[in-house]
Design a binder for this molecule. Sequence first.
Ligand code: ZN
Length: 239
Amino acid sequence: MTWLLIIIIIIIAPHSGDWLLALPIANCGLRLDDEAVRVAVSMRLGLALCAPHSCPCGGQVDAQGVHAMVCKKAPGRIARHQVLNGIIWRSWGSVSIPATKEPPGLVRQDDKRPDGLILIPWKGGKSLAWDVTVVSTLAQSYVNKAAIGAGTVAELTAKQKLRKYSNLTTNLIFQPIAVQNFGAFSSSSSDFISALCHKISSVSGEERETSFFFQRMWHCNDSMQFFCTTFSYQDDPDQ
Ligand SMILES: [Zn+2]
């Protein structure tokens, strides 16, 4: 029942359904094959994804495939983060704002690196550093929080990121981009993406840039989640 509530909350979140609006153009990363679509739909509707089985890491994958999305050995999790970060990074290019990935030396006390930094001012004479985090909504540790409302897990994650990067040099704005794995962003992430896409629209003249952005985000996310499920089916991923 909790899962059903979570799913209803998330599928009505703004832009969570934009992946269904994408034209299936493979060269733009917008084409999912049939099995990837089955996984994407099953996850969003809480349907059985697979027969319960053992993951190569030793964990147990239930019928909804929750473990496959949080497995620390699944290569798709890291790839998902890199691909989603790449979408943000390329968006800066769309508005001719130079940006770099994983800049060193921004935190005085240690070697923590946010995912990216723009090299000219964004607001109030300050440039902006960002960091992307994708959280699995149905992970056991988040289920109760996720049932409260759309984006509650993303909000929690965004706060954790703000704490993590609280020691960034003072001439920077830090922007967490926190997203739940099949819908919903933290409020500041949504506001930031809206502002960025509005800027892209002002350059391209295309009013649907925000929807296009979310279409790319969700398709990359769903492709990588599909890879996570396929990893969990392997008997020995090293062979
Ligand atoms: Zn595993």
